[in-house]
Design a protein around this ligand. Structure first.
Ligand SMILES: [Zn+2]
Length: 79
């Protein structure tokens, strides 16, 4: 793909910054892309060809989210 801001083809997937972006990425099945030329950055839907590029990462964060939800549930029950 090319950058919608400057037209450069140097758009690469970008690692999420912080937990919020990571959760957004997993839950919305999107990932951040960043333009190496102008710094444009946006969350885009995953394309089919890269959907399987990081299944261990996705599994890890899905489990982490479930554990987190379970922890909140226990806290609410205890409180
Ligand atoms: Zn650009």
């Amino acid at each position: 793909m090319s950058c919608p801001a400057c037209g450069s083809p140097r758009v690469r997937p970008s690692r999420p910054k912080g937990g919020r972006e990571t959760l957004l990425r997993v839950w919305t099945m999107t990932r951040y892309h960043q333009c190496r030329e102008c710094g444009w950055r946006a969350r885009l839907a995953r394309t089919s060809h890269d959907a399987g590029s990081d299944p261990p990462d996705l599994r890890f964060w899905t489990v982490a989210a479930l554990v987190g939800l379970g922890f909140v549930y226990v806290l609410l029950r205890a409180g």
